[in-house]
Design a protein around this ligand. Structure first.
Ligand code: PDD
Length: 304
């Protein structure tokens, strides 16, 4: 396999069940329920200049997901934080994307019924993260999307690795030659295949309220917080597919995309195919928040 110079310069280290080991040595059993049933919970945590971003919030969501599927959390937040700080250091600090997964563990003979006395499998791995927005407010990476029917299950608020529906929905976008699938359930916006969605009309920002039909994104929550701090009105209320078509601006948010401006929906340009003025304002606030976090005087971990 051909490796890029950056990848080959550093063998990625992963954390698996208590050990820090090279990624290509990490192995998980075929009897792991994460493999057999997608019986597991995950998190994606960005790291900027060696600092895990919104770590307490990611750990809180992880705990909530584990509780929801009745999987006892294997570590305290302090233990998770130690593991993450060590892993970030072993992968050379800088900008990284951490992937954390807790599966139910290794089962006996395959059975839907959850066995008792099962030890969870814990994986944390790291990949390089390119920061799409930092320094790029004037020339951001824009996004395009199509609306598709949200045929997922009724617990989309749980960040489970059972993502086949999301994968199939994203594939519809891929076939249409666009970046993201915007999901519509009963005529209402839910979220993206792997993102949350914000809609701007006449200076007012709206995003669908939390509930079983969408994931409560960490980026979504932070953006709502930042807008409140800067007196930008953001309503959490249902949004129809028609309102999407009539929007002045649409933003796509996630831990890897940050806040990306959507400039085309179903083949029609949004804001003449350009990022909107409100996007520029919130992007600048978001970047300022990140810069403050990564300032040299800041402690090793984001306490926000
Ligand atoms: N996904 N909704 C869905 C369905 C998602 O998969 C994601 C992110 C989000 C945004 O959540 P956050 O802001 O916490 O990243 C919303 C991640 C990045 C992934 O699966 O890779």
């Amino acid at each position: 396999m051909i490796q890029t110079p950056v990848q080959s310069a550093l063998t990625r280290i992963v954390y698996l069940n208590g050990d820090f080991i090279p990624q290509d040595e990490a192995k998980v059993s075929i009897l792991d329920r994460g493999f057999l049933f997608g019986d597991s919970i995950y998190e994606v945590i960005p790291v900027y200049q060696g600092v895990p971003f919104r770590l307490p919030q990611h750990l809180a969501r992880l705990r909530g997901g584990l509780d929801a599927i009745e999987l006892a959390t294997p570590y305290s937040d302090e233990d998770w934080t130690d593991i993450i700080i060590q892993l970030v250091a072993q992968n050379g600090h800088g900008n990284q994307s951490l992937y954390l997964q807790v599966t139910r563990g290794i089962t006996g003979p395959r059975s839907h019924t959850i066995p008792t006395n099962i030890t969870p499998t814990v994986l944390v791995m790291s990949s390089l993260l390119s920061t799409p927005m930092l320094e790029q407010v004037e020339t951001p990476q824009t996004q395009s999307a199509i609306c598709v029917n949200d045929f997922r299950w009724g617990h989309c608020n749980i960040k489970t690795t059972s993502l086949l529906a999301n994968v199939m929905l994203r594939q519809q976008a891929q076939h249409a030659g666009v970046d993201e699938a915007i999901l519509i359930r009963n005529g209402q916006l839910t979220e993206g295949a792997a993102s949350n969605i914000f809609v701007v009309k006449d200076g007012v920002v709206r995003t669908p309220p939390e509930g079983p039909n969408l994931l409560g994104g960490i980026t979504r929550d932070l953006l709502i917080e930042i807008m409140a701090q800067h007196y930008i009105e953001c309503r959490q209320e249902p949004i129809s597919q028609q309102a999407l078509a009539d929007a002045d601006e649409i933003w796509v948010t996630s831990s890897t995309k940050e806040i990306a401006p959507l400039v085309s929906l179903d083949g029609s340009p949004i804001n003449q195919g350009l990022p909107g003025p409100l996007w520029k304002t919130v992007a600048k606030h978001y970047i300022a928040f990140k810069r403050a976090l990564c300032a040299p005087t800041h402690s090793k971990q984001d306490k926000s």
